[in-house]
Design a protein. Structure first.
Length: 537
């Protein structure tokens, strides 16, 4: 997207986040109407967000940028991509929640009248969570970006404590404290960028707060100010993204939250933080090219530490949580390379991770639902006979995240591998490949232990009582499994939106970023990159 892109004024960016936030307010004001009403509100609001995101995508793919309120809200292809992802996962998790929150296996820690009150709070916060994530992706105001990301923390933090017992409260407390402290650094970083941009004298009035304007003058910001600002932004938004060493909140929060919320936390919330990094830190790459090396190495460390911790887990939700840390390493490394192919691969993996990680969490939620709350690998075996669809979905998610063809994870990881080699980051590429192999081994082992072997089940529930989960829960799992296969076989389907989103980030890199774009086409330096580019098209 360039400076000559057509600008369209539309109410859509405001509606995208105001509709789910208003839905949350309606739920809180209508406690007496009961759960059926709240469930309808969840689905309608999420569906509306998805439709609005699709409408905005159609506009931006036509070469326009959508703005509102004197450019305070701004939607380009990157923003539209994020809104669509949030909308899709909002619809899937709201439908999944219809039965999940009513079953003793999923909510055995909340009983009686308290259970109904907690569900009421859940539905209200669910919509606020969706709305605040969308807000973060459509705002063009530097400080409002921080405010929106912090708002997602407050909404989701209360959802993490849904069960309101010792484990949930401890996880919620750690989540809120660590993220609030971490994001405070992001606020400091945003303020320093604002102050530095204002000191250049090139931007006047409120425009100095607009991300699209600040990116034009970052090369004029005093070096000392910029270095501290970048460090604060990486710490702040990196904490939210679960990047090592700022990740300790993530395993507990993902494990103790209700499964639909675990899906949103891992599937989209940590990606919103990656989005914030792309919008803020990436603009400094032309000033300090060495920053790309630092971000890439940080991604490699995150990959490796995450998978090592995942290998040691017996709890399925904690296992998947550490895999979220590891997979974020790929996304950060890709986006952090600053090259067209690297950014494209990072965004491609961002989309793919949303699909296969959400699929895995939904599958684990199905196991929790069916077994009465069990989630440890050592407590289950041979469940594939009673739950064949869940077993198939879990295996699809495992193979996709492990980078096995013909599933989607292979294409995005291969793109990142090629981009790393093209940039000369051979050690990071080797770490990324090793991590992928360990990921595959870890997940296939977990799938084998849970779904194959001699049927047995710890506790009082016999395997003869097990059966597949309701259709409302299976629907989202089947859709995501199908998407993992379709995108793996036909990755070109995502090329238009990913290409436009990649160019949006590169446009923020100024002349250095534009060097990889010639006549509207990519110009990869290696033959391998050229072959890959033809494949994804």
């Amino acid at each position: 997207m360039n400076d000559k892109a057509m600008t369209v004024t539309s109410i859509l960016p405001a509606l995208a986040f105001m509709v789910p936030i208003a839905a949350g307010g309606i739920v809180f004001l209508t406690r007496s109407l009961g759960r059926s009403f709240w469930q309808v509100i969840d689905i309608v609001a999420s569906l509306a967000t998805l439709v609005i995101g699709a409408m905005m995508s159609r506009v931006v793919l036509g070469g326009a940028v959508i703005t509102l309120w004197r450019n305070e809200l701004r939607v380009d292809a990157l923003s539209a991509l994020m809104v669509v992802l949030i909308g899709v996962m909002g619809v899937i998790t709201s439908v999944y929640s219809l039965q999940y929150l009513l079953h003793a296996g999923a909510t055995e820690r909340v009983v009686g009248k308290e259970a109904e009150r907690r569900r009421w709070i859940y539905h209200g916060l669910f919509n606020l969570f969706i709305g605040t994530m969308v807000w973060a992706c459509v705002t063009n105001n530097l400080i409002m970006l921080y405010v929106a990301v912090e708002a997602t923390t407050l909404a989701s933090g209360l959802l993490v404590t849904f069960y309101w017992d010792k484990k949930a409260l401890e996880a919620g407390y750690k989540y809120l404290i660590l993220l609030t402290i971490g994001l405070t650094f992001a606020l400091f970083g945003c303020v320093l960028v604002y102050a530095g941009a204002a000191s250049t004298g090139r931007i006047e009035g409120f425009s100095v707060l607009l991300i699209s304007e600040v990116g034009k003058v970052v090369h004029l910001i005093p070096k000392g100010t910029a270095v501290i600002a970048v460090a604060f932004l990486i710490i702040g938004f990196g904490t939210k993204a679960g990047i090592v060493p700022f990740h300790p909140w993530l395993p507990d929060a993902h494990a103790e939250a209700p499964t639909p919320i675990s899906v949103l936390l891992s599937g989209v919330m940590i990606k919103v933080a990656a989005y914030a990094i792309a919008r803020t830190v990436n603009m400094f790459f032309p000033v300090w090219p060495a920053l790309t090396v630092f971000i890439t190495v940080l991604g490699a460390i995150t990959m490796l530490v995450g998978i090592i911790m995942a290998l040691a887990q017996d709890d399925l939700k904690r296992l998947l949580a550490f895999h979220s840390v590891s997979q974020m390493g790929y996304i950060i490394a890709g986006i952090g390379m600053g090259t067209y192919l690297g950014i494209y691969g990072g965004l491609f993996h961002l989309v793919n991770h949303t699909i296969f990680k959400s699929l895995l969490f939904l599958s684990v939620g199905a196991l929790i639902y069916a077994t009465g709350g069990l989630r440890r690998i050592g407590e289950m075996s041979g469940l594939g006979r009673a739950m064949p669809v869940t077993a198939l979905c879990f295996f699809v998610g495992s193979l996709a995240m492990g980078g096995m063809p013909p599933f989607n994870g292979f294409m995005s990881k291969f793109t990142i591998f090629v981009a790393l080699v093209e940039k000369g980051q051979y050690i990071v590429a080797a770490i990324a490949m090793l991590t992928s192999l360990l990921t595959l081994a870890c997940l296939v082992h977990a799938a084998y232990m849970v779904f194959w072997g001699k049927p047995r089940l710890a506790g009082t529930t016999g395997t003869s009582e097990l059966k597949e989960v309701p259709a409302s829960m299976l629907a989202g799992m089947v859709v995501l499994a199908a998407l993992a296969l379709v995108i793996g076989i036909y990755p070109q389907v995502l090329y238009p939106i990913l290409d436009s989103a990649t160019r949006c980030i590169q446009h923020g890199l100024g002349a250095a970023g534009a060097a990889d774009l010639v006549a509207g086409q990519t110009s990869p330096a290696s033959e391998a990159a050229a072959v890959l580019a033809s494949v994804v098209r």
